[in-house]
Design a protein around this ligand. Structure first.
Ligand SMILES: Cc1cc2nc3c(=O)[nH]c(=O)nc-3n(C[C@H](O)[C@H](O)[C@H](O)COP(=O)(O)OP(=O)(O)OC[C@H]3O[C@@H](n4cnc5c(N)ncnc54)[C@H](O)[C@@H]3O)c2cc1C
Ligand code: SF4
Length: 478
């Protein structure tokens, strides 16, 4: 009996490797790992209760059919899940990475509301599309037939690129103009690589090129080419230029070296990750390594600067924000990430001035408290007299938000309608401006907003532009 058991054991031991080895040789380890990853994604997707009241979907600006692609992922139908997810989102793997899901889809997940922790919708959206790229399911949007009409898009951020994709799929001749040397807008030069890897953006740009979208880079409209010339060359024009004017900070000593705007700091870091020569980074001006860093502001841009400084090897990284944690404009998830990485938050503090003669040596900080609500309904910060102190700093990064540039002046286009905030005035649904055949989307219309909203605007505007190209006079007269 014992011998029999031993024999059986030995047989099993000999059979198993023989059976498994050929499989191991024919698969590479990525594929083996992928099987586990697919199973993990399926397991997480199966947590969706298919509640029938998809608040996640209604709180996604693109109204992605989340419950259905979660079900498909849970059932192992990954390609179908990808097809469904990309039907409503031009860049699902980008949104999966950088949407503030806690404020959008995941924050409204019924499982989350019932206290069991959200289904991680964003990670699954990213996973499905990354898998689709690896497995060759993501194809350039080549048109079935070419059309003669052309559209000029000013700005190669997510708003402009999503419109370019939709228009090109319909055979329209699309040219995208951008003042930077690479396309992608803030996806490329604003959002840090640890949140959104740059190759993820670049492969999308390359695919648009393969589909026939023309890119004219290093072309600042209003300087290198006039807005009128672009209108003259195309049947319709889309403005997707974003908002880039940094809000100013005042106070004694503001002109000292070492006080830098957030976007210059982040752009330098992103350029380095492309392998570019960046003098201001190499000479230390835009590099936090070995420095005491203070970031002023409480939005997502401030969080990106804080987390970048940590990665660059700053000796200390502190955030000054004039309200409290509950009243921060940024995502709570981002704040928590920053805290976990070692950032120190000094709530209810604001800069009063800066010490240091040529180079900044510290921030004069005044303590604040929250007073009665202002006209916006938010409690207004008030100064606590006598509470000032100096926070030592070698690098101060200001991240107080962005405003639109004055496009009508910059482009010699006084007719272009703008709002009192300087954003371009455009119809809420069609995105048409007051100039026939000229449309506008993304941050330049909404003010500083989110990638997912720019994508939605771009997709909607493409639809409206197609209607306009089909019957320009009729649409313009509406
Ligand atoms: C640091 C930072 C981090 C962010 N993080 C997130 C995030 O995690 N998640 C999220 O959803 N959103 C985030 N955002 C916001 C998001 O990036 C924007 O809402 C989004 O990129 C807006 O898209 P857009 O196409 O309107 O403009 P942009 O992405 O700003 O693109 C506009 C493009 O127009 C070009 N342009 C401007 N003027 C001209 C001109 N005169 N001629 C030619 N080209 C011109 C610019 O070079 C740029 O490439 C972040 C923003 C910043 C600044
Ligand atoms: S696009 Fe953004 S909000 Fe919509 S499902 Fe994806 S991560 Fe959520």
């Amino acid at each position: 009996m014992a011998t029999q058991r031993m024999l059986k054991f030995v047989t099993t031991e000999r059979e198993m490797p023989e059976k498994r080895l050929p499989d191991l040789r024919s698969q590479d380890f990525d594929e083996i790992y992928r099987e586990f990853a697919d199973a993990k994604a399926a397991e997480q997707s199966s947590r969706c209760s298919q509640c029938g009241v998809p608040y996640c979907q209604s709180h996604c600006p693109l109204h992605n059919n989340i419950p259905d692609w979660l079900r498909m992922t849970a059932e192992g139908r990954l390609e179908e899940a990808y097809n469904l997810s990309q039907a409503t989102n031009t860049f699902p793997e980008i949104c999966g990475r950088i949407c503030p899901q806690d404020r959008l889809c995941e924050g409204n997940c019924v499982i989350e509301q019932s206290g069991h922790g959200t289904v991680t919708i964003g990670s699954i959206e990213k996973y499905i599309t990354d898998a689709a790229w690896e497995r060759g399911w993501v194809k350039p949007g080549l048109p079935i037939a070419e059309r003669t009409e052309s559209v000029g898009i000013i700005g190669a951020g997510p708003g402009g690129l999503s419109a370019a994709d939709m228009l090109r799929r319909q055979g329209v001749q699309v040219t995208v103009y951008d003042r930077y040397d690479r396309a992608g807008g803030l996806l490329t030069y604003g959002i840090p690589g640890f949140k959104l890897e740059k190759h993820v953006v670049m492969r999308r740009v390359e695919q648009l090129e393969q589909a026939g979208v023309q890119f004219v880079l290093n072309c600042n409209v209003g300087t290198d080419i006039s807005f009128d010339a672009i209108r003259g060359q195309h049947d319709a024009v889309l403005i997707a230029t974003g908002v880039y004017k940094a809000r100013d900070l005042s106070g004694d000593g503001i002109g000292a070296q070492g006080i830098v705007p957030a976007l210059a700091y982040l752009t330098a870091s992103n350029r380095k990750s492309f392998g570019d020569e960046v003098e201001a980074y190499d000479n230390g001006n835009l590099n936090a390594a070995g420095k005491r860093v203070v970031v002023i502001g409480g939005g997502d841009t401030a969080m990106d600067c804080l987390r970048t400084a940590i990665r660059q090897g700053a000796t200390s990284v502190k955030c000054l924000y004039r309200r409290d944690r509950a009243n921060m404009p940024g995502s709570q998830r981002e704040t928590q990430n920053a805290e976990e990485e070692g950032v120190e938050f000094n709530w209810l503090t604001a800069p009063k001035g800066f010490v240091g003669t040529d180079h900044v040596e510290g921030v004069i900080v005044q303590k604040m408290r929250l007073g009665p609500p202002d006209v916006s309904g938010r409690q207004a910060p008030e100064i606590i007299e006598g509470g000032d102190y100096v926070e030592p700093a070698d690098l101060v990064i200001t991240a107080l938000g962005f405003e639109p540039e004055d496009l009508p002046s910059h482009w010699s286009a006084p007719d272009l309608g703008t709002t009192r905030w300087g954003t371009v005035k455009a119809d809420f649904r069609s995105h048409a401006t007051n100039i026939p055949g000229v449309y506008a989307v993304g941050d330049i219309v909404r003010g500083a907003s989110l990638v997912v909203w720019a994508i939605r605007d771009g997709r909607e505007a493409a639809g409206a532009i197609l209607d306009y190209l089909a019957a320009p006079a009729a649409v313009a007269a509406e």
